[in-house]
Design a protein around this ligand. Structure first.
Ligand SMILES: Nc1nc2c(ncn2[C@@H]2O[C@H](COP(=O)(O)OP(=O)(O)OP(=O)(O)O)[C@@H](O)[C@H]2O)c(=O)[nH]1
Ligand SMILES: [Mg+2]
Length: 310
């Protein structure tokens, strides 16, 4: 996945994460003024990590590992942050897996779900462009049949990547539209079919069962479909992300995550907590509203940015 200059996207990620990292760096620096890495300091460090959305389990894991390391007598904040960045990279590396398209599926069906406003439609636009740039035939299905504006928004993205958008009349059945689009994508010999769905909050049982129905209907055409189920989450929601993963996973077999709005989240630490708790592949991160602002997730870059290191 590429677009924009390296400095552009990295700059945006760093600037976005600066809200998270400034708080962390400030607190850690303050903690280590004339202090050693003793039990009391470690406990305070654990609290700092928890308040930065890394979660209790991850914070404990990180401080325990830190306790096992050797440091100079008076530990400088930077040395501790560098050590933490290494530990965090260890947690993130296994989940930094790009979304790979299997050409034998013809089409590889990617179902995209998430709560309202998490960035689903925008992410689909960005993904369609990336796949099209790789020379793949992409079709998009507008299975968000709730809002008329949703279809227009998707059509605008479709135009930018040259991908046809399959739609139904407003208020139509989402699962029926997904089925039709799958048949059409097969006939058109598309490589990828990306299905947009309406935003649904975790507590809406009716909407969750609609999502389950979409999956069932697709499986009627090809029992392996949908081949990927992406949960798109807004990184600014912090701890709420945990229940989003849980509830969507209960409803459908989520195969991977996309975290959006990392260009402006003060809660970037939640990425680490999610990685440790669920171990789901983190396929990509959104760092802006533009078509090129979706990137592979890079564990080490992210960990060092979070800890305010270059
Ligand atoms: N800054 C920033 N904004 C983003 C990013 N991704 C999406 N957005 C913005 O978030 C808002 C919502 O994005 P949509 O793609 O419409 O979200 P959605 O999940 O499709 O929303 P619903 O269909 O209403 O549930 C838009 O203003 C997007 O431009 C990102 O990575 N960074
Ligand atoms: Mg949408």
């Amino acid at each position: 996945m590429s677009a924009g200059t390296e400095g552009g996207w990295l700059g945006r990620l760093k600037a976005g994460l600066s809200k998270s990292s400034q708080k962390l760096t400030g607190s850690i620096t303050e903690l280590f003024i004339n202090r050693r890495l003793d039990a009391r300091t470690l406990e305070s460090l654990e609290d700092i990590l928890i308040s930065a959305d890394l979660g209790v389990k991850t914070a404990t894991h990180l401080t325990e590992n830190l306790a096992g390391r050797r440091f100079e007598e008076d530990v400088a904040s930077e040395a501790v942050r560098a050590a933490l960045a290494e530990e965090i990279s260890e947690i993130l590396r296994p989940v930094a897996i790009p979304l790979s398209i299997n050409p034998s599926y013809a089409p590889h069906v990617v179902l995209v779900c998430g709560v309202n406003g998490s960035g689903k439609t925008t992410t689909i636009g960005k993904l369609a462009k990336q796949f099209a740039d790789e020379g793949r035939n992409v079709m998009i299905a507008a299975a968000d049949t709730f809002r008329a504006a949703a279809v227009e928004q998707l059509e605008a993205w479709g135009e930018r990547s040259g991908s046809p958008v399959i739609k139904s009349s407003p208020g139509g059945d989402a699962a029926a539209l997904a089925y039709t689009a799958f048949e059409q994508a097969k006939t058109a010999a598309s490589d990828v079919l990306i299905i947009d769905t309406a935003g649904r909050l975790q507590n809406r049982k009716d909407l969750m069962s609609e999502l389950e129905k979409i999956v069932r209907v697709l499986a009627k055409v090809d029992e392996a479909a949908p081949h990927s189920i992406l949960l798109v989450m807004d990184a600014t929601v912090g701890q709420n992300a945990h229940s989003q993963v849980q509830v969507f996973q209960e409803a459908v077999d989520v195969t991977g995550l996309v975290l959006t709005k990392l260009d402006g989240s003060a809660k970037g630490g939640v990425v680490v907590a999610l990685a440790q708790k669920f171990g789901l592949p983190l396929h990509a991160v959104g760092v802006g509203e533009g078509i090129g602002d979706l990137r592979h997730f890079e564990a080490e870059t992210f960990a060092r940015s979070l800890m305010g290191l270059d």
